[in-house]
Ligand binder design. Structure first.
Ligand SMILES: Nc1ncnc2c1ncn2[C@@H]1O[C@H](COP(=O)(O)OP(=O)(O)OP(=O)(O)O)[C@@H](O)[C@H]1O
Ligand SMILES: [Mg+2]
Length: 493
């Protein structure tokens, strides 16, 4: 129904009288001026929609905005920035659904690039279904998102509001800012706040209830995907600092997972092992302060120049690129399978052959170390200025060390869900699925297994750990080497 200002005036006057209220009383309850109410009831055309709604709501009248025009006047917009340029906007349509539209100026730039492989450059807006995977995919997940929503007093299902609150420093090069705010100009490195050890310990204690420090006094707007606790920080000369608003971070601080013992040691080991056998993987430091153990992972989507200035490089994970929201990151929830991931790599990278083989190595390595959680948000594309490639590997954890975590691979290998089920014939099926020659896949599996056996002890020994953690890491190391040996025996028999 479309109401004229006169209709609204009559409706409000009738409802007020029916509720036995004077004009001054209703005005006070709705927090508007009496003069405004008088004009509103008289049907004055310039009545402001926001205040009008306040009056209607004070009378208990629910109004569904009936025309897209009215709805648009009510909504805020979020502007998406990329290195100081406006790329586009996120706005809510008349049904309250987020829609992304590229800015005409951006489309007109000669080197315009899409923010996502799932959002190709086009002047038309993307509907919610197309918009959400990339933008929702920037937000923390599961319990992290719940805790942030609780701390901010908003719904965890309101991705638009969550991005409005925390979408400043996210994965990749873009920044999301409310339209009435210019992106804070990246402060000088000195603008960051160096944390003492005591402050670091307090910060790690605070993260479970304040993930990303959302809504805190520092007014930081930080966001990273994932279900585990983490915080983007700046690390310079070994010191850890909180960024100033708008300042790019350089590292990700990832505390150990409280429920599972030794995840920091485990992840440090798996990441270093990947590096030792020649895979491209994010650099990681293992640190402990008092009883806190955490990882400091170098961000591959940030690049610090000789002048000390940090630039943002763009990236997106495979779910974002393939158009799946984080709720469907697992293949068992209808999310991407390896075949989709390989097809993506072939479609978007600059050197598909080399990148395809890197992804193959990653898949085989994860199977050997027992990383059952290698879902499509744990692989990313890195958009460098001159080429698109598979991002360095991250989030490598031998999850089989924890019996309470699912032992089944997030993405099947040749139809198999565990390493114990994999025989050479299954590798051949995997090869067919991902369209790589079968003998090559078998050979790579063998080479990686051999390299893991060769390197694992040395990598474990080189990690400087608290003494009570050594035994635990040795067990993980033995398990990983044992799995590699099992596979190697099967390949040889
Ligand atoms: N070294 C890195 N550089 C840049 N971005 C990274 C890096 N490591 C992780 N990320 C980004 O942060 C996100 C979360 O990291 P990570 O996967 O380690 O967290 P998690 O909470 O353990 O994830 P999960 O939910 O899979 O357990 C990744 O999906 C990726 O977008
Ligand atoms: Mg992850």
């Amino acid at each position: 129904m479309i109401m004229t200002p006169t209709d609204i005036g009559i409706t409000i006057r009738a409802a007020r009288k029916a509720q036995g209220l004077r004009q001054d009383e209703l005005a006070a309850a709705a927090n508007v001026g009496v003069r405004f109410l008088i004009e509103l009831e008289a049907g004055k055309e310039t009545a402001q929609l926001g205040k009008t709604l306040a009056v209607l709501s004070a009378l208990g009248i629910d109004v569904a905005l009936s025309t897209p025009d009215e709805a648009r006047r009510m909504t805020r917009r979020l502007i998406v920035w990329w290195n100081g340029a406006r790329v586009g906007q996120l706005a809510l349509n008349e049904y309250g659904e987020p829609e992304f539209t590229y800015a005409a100026d951006w489309l007109a730039t000669s080197n315009a690039r899409p923010v996502s492989a799932s959002l190709p450059l086009q002047p038309e807006p993307f509907d919610r279904r197309a918009t959400l995977p990339f933008f929702e995919g920037l937000l923390p997940e599961a319990a992290q998102r719940t805790a942030i929503a609780q701390a901010l007093g908003i719904s965890e299902r309101n991705e638009f509001r969550l991005l409005e609150e925390i979408g400043g420093e996210v994965a990749g090069a873009i920044e999301v800012w409310p339209e009435d705010m210019e992106p804070a100009v990246a402060g000088s490195p000195e603008a960051s706040r160096i944390l003492s050890d005591d402050e670091l310990v307090a910060l790690i204690d605070r993260l479970p209830t304040r993930p990303m420090l959302a809504g805190g006094e520092d007014r930081l707007r930080l966001s990273l995907a994932g279900a585990q606790s983490k915080l983007p920080v700046i690390c310079k000369d070994g010191q850890i600092a909180l960024p100033a608003p708008g300042q790019p971070t350089t590292h990700i601080l990832k505390p150990e997972i409280a429920r599972f013992e030794g995840t920091a040691e485990n992840e440090a080991f798996c990441m270093r092992l990947a590096c030792a056998i020649g895979l491209d993987v994010a650099h990681v430091q293992y640190r402990s302060i008092s009883d806190k153990r955490f990882l400091l992972i170098e961000r591959y989507d940030r690049q610090t120049g000789e002048d000390g200035k940090t630039m943002r490089l763009h990236q997106e994970d495979f779910c974002q690129a393939l158009g799946f929201t984080s709720a469907r990151k697992y293949a068992s929830d209808g999310g991407p399978v390896f075949r989709d991931c390989f097809a993506l790599i072939r479609r978007v990278t600059t050197r598909p052959a080399a990148e395809t083989l890197k992804l193959l190595d990653a898949a085989l390595f994860n199977a050997i170390i027992g990383n059952a959680d290698a879902h499509a948000k744990n692989f990313s594309l890195l958009y460098l200025p001159d080429r698109t490639q598979l991002a360095p590997l991250y989030d490598l954890l031998s999850t089989v060390a924890y019996p309470d975590l699912s032992q089944r691979f997030a993405m099947k290998i040749g139809g198999r869900r565990t390493l114990e089920e994999i025989y050479p014939a299954d590798l051949d099926k995997f090869a067919r699925d991902i369209e790589i020659r079968a003998p090559f896949v078998r050979r790579r599996m063998g080479e990686i297994a051999e390299a893991v056996i060769e390197q694992s002890d040395g990598v474990a020994a080189a990690l400087v750990l608290a003494s009570d953690r050594r035994q635990l890491l040795n067990e993980i190391c033995d398990t990983v080497a044992g799995r590699a040996k099992l596979l190697l025996d099967r390949l040889k028999s």
